[in-house]
Design a protein around this ligand. Structure first.
Ligand code: COA
Length: 214
């Protein structure tokens, strides 16, 4: 596998299920393991659409017609996140489905459906506080496991930085957590600027905010 064979382009509507599939393989597998395949599909699609609708810059990495990775990038205008109107309708439809499902869901499923949305609310509070890094935000960077460790993450972030510069950003931030590959951001020289323990429900869950230069 060679990342030089990969094309980076804007996400299209038909990419939603591919992005959802990558998201699900990393974070919602426990739902599939429980046999609730409809819930598993909803979890991935809702979270993918939620990230897409708050990302004016939507990069996907494609190889042989298949999406192997994505990097979704938000832009803040005077401390408020800009939305992506192209993805708003899909998000609203999925949000309505998930809200209905959540009425009878247990806490674990509710957390998988809406945990990332809560993290975005934390990001928005951080941006509204006027922090100097809150110009752009990497909302999501994920790839199929077989593509990890080949330089694709670095390439996607370089492209994201260039696109943020085009939007007038000089700094950006992202949120990760100690259940994800947060050490990647330390390794590539980003600065840990804040951490949040408020979502620790006894499992030691910590959210980290990293800042970087465009
Ligand atoms: C985290 C992720 C985006 C990194 O992308 P990647 O393509 O695997 O990383 P790269 O191959 O571009 O690595 C670039 C450098 O970071 C290092 N690196 C990669 N993953 C790392 C990790 N988890 N911890 C520490 N260093 C890491 C590489 O060794 C490489 O170092 P080098 O350039 O000095 O040789 C990717 O592995 C991924 O999708 N992980 C699962 C989802 C996730 O956790 N996303 C991010 C958290 S929200």
């Amino acid at each position: 596998m060679d990342i030089n064979d990969i094309t980076i382009r804007e996400a299209r509507q038909e990419d939603l299920d591919h992005i959802a599939g990558i998201y699900n393989s990393l974070w919602c597998n426990w739902i599939r393991a429980s046999g609730a395949l409809d819930d598993w599909a909803l979890c991935g699609r809702l979270n993918a659409a939620m990230q897409l609708q708050r990302s004016p810059i939507t990069l996907v990495a494609e190889r042989n017609g298949g999406v192997v990775a994505t990097c979704l990038v938000g832009i803040f205008d005077h401390g408020a996140p800009r939305t992506n109107p192209e993805w708003q309708p899909a998000y609203e439809t999925l949000l309505a489905q998930a809200t209905e499902r959540a009425k009878t869901a247990d806490d674990d499923l509710e957390g998988s459906l809406f945990g990332d949305s809560r993290e975005k609310a934390t990001a928005d509070r951080f941006a509204a506080s006027g922090n100097e890094y809150a110009q752009g935000q990497i909302n999501l960077i994920v790839m199929r496991p077989e593509w990890q460790g080949l330089g694709l993450g670095r390439r996607l972030l370089d492209e994201a930085r260039a696109r943020m510069r085009d939007e007038g950003c000089s700094r950006f931030f992202l949120m990760s957590d100690n259940h994800s590959d947060y050490q990647f951001y330390d390794h590539i020289g980003m600065k840990r600027i804040a951490e949040d323990h408020s979502q620790d429900t006894g499992d030691g869950f910590i959210v980290y905010i990293y800042g970087g230069e465009c």
